[in-house]
Design a protein around this ligand. Structure first.
Ligand SMILES: Nc1nc2c(ncn2[C@@H]2O[C@H](COP(=O)(O)OP(=O)(O)OP(=O)(O)O)[C@@H](O)[C@H]2O)c(=O)[nH]1
Ligand SMILES: [Mg+2]
Length: 341
């Protein structure tokens, strides 16, 4: 039996081993990914991001607990830890309520160091997620520390992205700086037991208002809709031709992860978002975008590999020198080098 077949049969040990192969970008790992790919595309991928210490890991634990105990779903967690090695460190140590899930075969936690990820962080994460998806996990949560590009990459990977904020971190400035509204599907104000929670919420609300001006949005059976066409001048309102599409305005949900409060409502927000993605057609669109980005990255990588295999370093250096001396333009130089491929 191949390792892929073992994983499809629910073999946990085979799963753990393959995750390591995939993380090391080994040929065994790649072969298994090919075999597993037709079995992917079922899991709901949830990204959780936010500044360090906002309580992401605690929140993910609570969500995992909820999905196990209340919804009886199979859940995988990929925690991307920027600092400590993947075998341990702060991420696993901080899993406050993991004892409640210990020995539960339907929960799988994988921690991965962002440093030293051989196939590139985004690609490796995507591959790990594919393995969990094929292995039949209903939900895969990906936790990253909000440090710029990684947030965006996770958002691209996930169907639903949670951005976690906490009071007292200089919220307004921080949120704008990170450009979170572009990637957030749900805003979580964690540590709601702490002073300043109202201010955090207010700052987020006013930014949401900026991003979603209310005059073009109306409620229809409880769903926010956006008016698509501009009003026609000089005609009565009744004669104006307008269409409307359902839009998703990121809800703001308060949580206290240390106690578990607000988690049920958050899970509800997540379920609603998934339903919205499916009914609006955005689910298919996001899948397409994600796979397209992945394909493009792999093509680029292969082409670069072929390039360095076929173009001699001497010719490359000589051509570069000509460019530096302004004898050849970069465009011409690229053409000359590409002919060698
Ligand atoms: N008061 C309070 N403390 C919390 C809450 N949630 C988490 N914490 C505490 O905040 C600290 C950081 O929590 P983590 O869950 O490790 O935060 P994180 O965002 O995963 O941290 P990094 O992965 O290091 O970025 C821990 O000491 C938690 O116990 C909460 O709702 N209220
Ligand atoms: Mg964490």
């Amino acid at each position: 039996m191949t390792s892929a077949q073992a994983i499809l049969n629910g073999d946990r040990l085979a799963l753990a081993r393959l995750l390591t192969q995939v993380e090391n970008d080994s040929s065994v790992g790649r072969e298994a990914l090919i075999e597993l790919f037709p079995h992917t595309g079922k899991a709901h991928l949830i990204g959780v991001t936010g500044a360090p210490g906002t309580g992401k890991s605690s929140l993910v634990n609570q969500l995992a607990l909820h999905y196990r105990k209340v919804e009886n779903k199979k859940i995988a967690i990929v925690a991307i830890d920027p600092s400590s090695p993947f075998t341990g460190g702060a991420v696993l140590g901080d899993r406050v309520r993991m004892r409640d899930l210990a020995g539960d075969a339907n929960v799988f936690i994988r921690s991965m160091a962002s440093r030293g990820s051989l196939g590139g962080l985004a690609q490796t994460t995507a591959n790990l997620v594919q393995v969990f998806d094929a292995a039949g996990f209903d939900l895969v949560i990906i936790e990253t520390v909000g440090a710029g590009q990684s947030e965006v990459d996770v958002a691209r990977l996930a169907h639903t992205t949670l951005v976690v904020e906490a009071p007292g971190l200089g919220d307004d400035i921080q949120a704008i700086k990170a450009g979170i509204l572009e990637i957030a599907d749900i805003l979580v104000v964690n540590k709601a037991d702490r002073p300043g929670v109202e201010n955090t919420e207010k700052a987020l609300k006013s930014m949401l208002d900026l991003a979603h001006p209310t005059e073009r949005i109306f409620q229809h059976h409880g769903t926010a809709m956006r008016i698509n066409s501009a009003p026609t001048q000089g005609k009565p309102a009744s004669a104006q031709k307008t269409s409307a599409t359902p839009i998703w305005i990121p809800p703001i949900q308060r949580t206290i992860s240390t106690e578990g409060s607000g988690i049920d409502k958050l899970a509800d927000c997540i379920a609603k978002h998934a339903a919205h993605l499916r009914s609006s057609g955005d689910w298919v669109l996001r899948e397409r975008t994600r796979l397209e980005v992945e394909l493009a990255a792999l093509i680029r990588e292969s082409l670069m590999k072929r390039f360095s295999e076929n173009v001699s370093p001497n010719l490359y250096e000589a051509t570069l020198q000509k460019v530096i001396q302004r004898n050849t333009s970069p465009w011409e130089a690229a053409q000359i080098l590409l002919k060698e491929m």
